[in-house]
Design a protein. Sequence first.
Length: 218
Amino acid sequence: METIGVLDLQGDVLEHLDHLERLGISGVRVKEPADFSRLVGLIIPGGESTCLFRLLNIFGIKEVIDREFQRGLKLWGTCAGAILLAKNIVGESPCLGLIDIEIQRNAFGSQLDSFTCEALIPHVAQQPVPLTFIRAPKIVRVGEGVDVLLRQDDYIAAAESSDILVTVFHPELTPCLSFHRYFALKCGLKPHDDVVPSLIDPTWDSRSWTKHSQIAQV
Ligand code: GLN
C-alpha cells in the first residue's frame, strides 16, 4: 500500500499519524533509512530545527531525503520542518535546502508569543482553517516555482512548489484535516470523505476551537 511517512526524530508524530488515519491514509513512523521504502510522501514535523538538523545527520537521514526527493518523494514541512526544507534561513546556513523560500526563525518572538487564529485558504479548504503558531518562523520571500498559499500581515504562512508543501503553523494540533487531505492529494493518494474520529482527543471538533486563544506555554 502507498504510505506517507512521518519523520520520527523529535516528536509531534502521533498527531500527524492520527490525522492521516482519520482520512484513511496509511501512515508510518520514519526513523532510519530503511523506513523510506514504499513512501510516496514524507511529513517533517515541527520541533527545534537546530536539534533536528543534528539528528538528521546523526541518523544518516539527510542524504536519504535528498535522494528520495530526486526520485519523486513529496515533502511537507511544518514549522521547524519548513525551516529544514528552506533554501535560505535568515542568518544561518540551510539544512536540506530543497524549496526556494527564505525563512526567519522565531520571527514572532518567544514561546509566549505563540498564538492561534483562523484563515481562509481557498486552495486548501472552502471553510476557514484553524491555525496554530508555536514559536513560529516567518517565510519572508518565495522564489520562482513557489506559490504562496497564505499571506498574512508582513509574512507568508504557507507555500508550495510542485513537490513540497511548507506551513509555518501546525495543522496536526487542530481538529482540522484540510492540510493533511491536501498533502495526501499532492502525493497522488485518495483520502476518504467520511473521516473517522480522532483516536487522540475525541472531544476535538470545530465548534470547540477558540479563535485567537492564547496557547499555554509548552
Ligand atoms: N522555533 C523553532 C525553530 O526555530 C520552531 C518551532 C516549531 O516547530 N513549532 O526551530
